[in-house]
Each structure stands twice: as structure tokens, then as C-alpha cells.
Design a protein around this ligand. Structure first.
Ligand code: C2E
Ligand code: MG
Ligand code: MG
Ligand code: MG
Length: 279
């Protein structure tokens, strides 16, 4: 819901300035991606990464994507930003596969608006071809906020991706009333349990039951489950007990700047060797 009419003139001025600066940031290539590792819950093996967009404003410092993505959508910048994100994330994943981990999967967040663009599918296939990355190495994360209805033509685009081998992930699962409808109408392979639910695990009976139920529901529907926002060992242990497929969260790793990836993989390798020595 937009409340633009309730903005004070000061707010509006700030918003216009940000809109202008965001355009400039795109032009000057000042946006960056961070990569948050995803792990197999039970084995602890790395599965891949989620690409998360970062904007460091020259004056205001870091601005959250939850603030500037809606702005980019409003001013039509989301298309060029979205293409840049996919291109950059795919290139990085190719490097990761070649240097460290041939099976690495990269998850990219997309806005529902990008799906309305009739050439989006072809451009993504073009990027995969150019980076020599298999479709199975890319996933697209979509949120329920995009409100895709049953007859929406965007479902056809999602089906094209799914048929091509690019997995579709429903992000922030459970935060909107349409969650259950979505899992039966969209060509999904994965749901991501929102971190607001994960936060309740172990200290809140209803919250704990809910997450356990979401995981068993997903399993019955043949969907993969990722839990996001793991911050405590209690949460991790519960998710291991319930056999949630993958986990992601500050407890295990924050989103990493590309310069932090070599050290991350050295630690992973060390852990694997160590495990080997002790078995
Ligand atoms: P999301 O896709 O649900 O991403 C997860 C968010 O949770 C990220 O915030 C991540 O930094 C944060 N997070 C991860 N682990 C933890 C944890 O253990 N605890 C807590 N408290 N937070 C954790 P971030 O990077 O600020 O992104 C916020 C949202 O902005 C994303 O939510 C996504 O919806 C959107 N976004 C980010 N990058 C992009 C992008 O390239 N394109 C689009 N369309 N949206 C993006
Ligand atoms: Mg996401
Ligand atoms: Mg999420
Ligand atoms: Mg979120």
C-alpha cells in the first residue's frame, strides 16, 4: 500500500533525492552484491549462496534494499538493476564453481515487475549461455508480496523458467495470507520459511509448532524447504530434528562481500579435512 499522499514535503524531497541518487548509482556502477551461504541442515555442507543487493550512499551510508528496491520499482529502475543483479550473480557463481565448488547454486531475488517484461526469460537464458552456467545453478526468489493471482500471465513466465530447469523459490513464506494458495498455483520447487517464524522456534510453543508443520507440509507437497534467519543453536537443532533441507542465517554466516569468499572456502575446506581426520 502506498501512502505517498501522507508524505510530508520533507519526506518527499528526501525520496526524490534518493530516486535521483539511485539512478546515478546504477550509472556509476556503485551497487554491489553480497553473498550469503546456504547450508544443508543435517550435514552442514555448503549448498550455494543468496545474492543480496547493497547500496552504500556517499552521504547517507548503507541503505537497505527493503527501502531502495520499492523505490527502484516505483521509478522503473528495477529492470536494469534486476538484469545487472542476475548477470553479476551468475558470473560470480561461475567463478565459485570453477575455483571452489562445482555444484554451487546461486539464488537471486526478483521483483514481480520483472516477470511482466516479456523479454525477461530470454535475457536470463542469454546470461546463462554467456556465463556458461547450467540453468540448474540458478534459482529465482519471489515473494508473496507480488500477489500473483491464478490467471496472472506471470505464471506462464514462471512455468517457462521451471521447464527450463531454473528453480522458483517462494521467499518469506507465511508472511502473507496468500501463502497456501501460492504453493498450489505456482510452479515452485522451494519455499523459504520467513525469519519471523524461525525467530520463534524454541521459545514460543505456537511458533515452534508452525515451523514444524510448514516443513512437513512442504515435504508432502514435494517442495524443498529453506529456513532463513537462523540466529541460535536451538533454532538450528530443531531444524535438524525436523529435517529442514537447508538453512541460512547469521549463526552460520552473514552475507559476504566477494573479497571474503576465499577465506570462507578455506574454512569450509579445513572443516572437511578435519572431519575426515576424525572419522
Ligand atoms: P530476503 O530475500 O528475505 O533476504 C534475507 C534478508 O535477511 C537479507 O536482508 C539478509 O541480510 C537478512 N538475514 C540473513 N540472515 C539473517 C539473520 O540470521 N538474522 C537477521 N536478522 N537477518 C538475516 P537484506 O540483505 O537487507 O535484504 C532485505 C530484502 O531485500 C531481501 O529479503 C529481499 O526481499 C530484498 N532484496 C535484496 N536484494 C535484492 C535484489 O537483488 N533484488 C530484489 N528484487 N530484492 C532484493
Ligand atoms: Mg530472498
Ligand atoms: Mg526472505
Ligand atoms: Mg525477508
Amino acid at each position: 500500500m502506498e501512502f505517498t499522499s501522507l508524505l510530508t514535503s520533507e519526506d518527499l524531497e528526501h525520496k526524490l533525492r534518493l530516486a535521483n541518487d539511485l539512478q546515478e548509482a546504477v550509472r556509476l556502477e556503485q551497487l554491489t552484491l553480497h553473498y550469503q551461504p546456504q547450508f544443508e541442515t543435517v550435514s552442514g555442507n555448503v549448498r550455494g549462496f543468496e545474492a543480496l543487493l547493497r547500496w552504500h550512499h556517499p552521504l547517507f551510508g548503507p541503505i537497505s534494499p527493503t527501502e531502495f528496491i520499492p523505490l527502484a520499482e516505483e521509478i522503473g529502475l528495477i529492470y536494469s538493476i534486476g538484469d545487472w543483479v542476475i548477470q553479476t550473480a551468475c558470473q560470480k557463481n561461475k567463478q565459485i564453481q570453477e575455483k571452489y565448488m562445482p555444484t554451487s547454486v546461486m539464488s537471486v531475488n526478483i521483483s514481480g515487475l520483472q516477470l511482466q517484461d516479456s523479454l525477461f526469460f530470454d535475457r536470463v537464458c542469454g546470461i546463462l549461455q554467456k556465463t556458461a552456467l547450467s540453468p540448474q545453478s540458478l534459482e529465482l526468489e519471489l515473494t508473496e508480496r507480488d500477489r500473483i493471482s491464478l490467471k496472472d500471465r506471470r505464471i506462464d513466465t514462471l512455468k517457462k523458467f521451471a521447464n527450463h530447469g531454473i528453480k522458483i523459490v517462494l521467499d518469506d513464506f507465511g508472511t502473507e495470507y496468500s501463502s497456501l494458495e501460492y504453493i498450489t498455483t505456482l510452479p515452485l520447487s522451494t519455499i523459504k520459511v520467513d525469519r519471523s517464524f524461525v525467530a520463534h522456534i524454541a521459545n514460543h510453543y505456537e511458533g515452534t509448532v508452525l515451523v514444524e508443520w510448514i516443513i512437513s507440509l512442504a515435504r508432502k507437497l514435494g517442495l524443498t524447504v529453506v529456513a532463513e534467519g537462523i540466529e541460535t543453536f536451538e533454532q538450528l537443532h530443531s531444524l535438524q530434528k525436523w529435517k529442514c533441507d537447508f538453512v541460512q542465517g547469521f549463526l552460520i554466516s552473514k552475507p559476504l562481500h566477494e573479497s571474503e569468499l576465499p577465506l570462507f572456502f578455506r574454512k569450509v575446506e579445513w572443516k572437511q579435512e578435519n572431519k575426515f581426520l576424525h572419522t
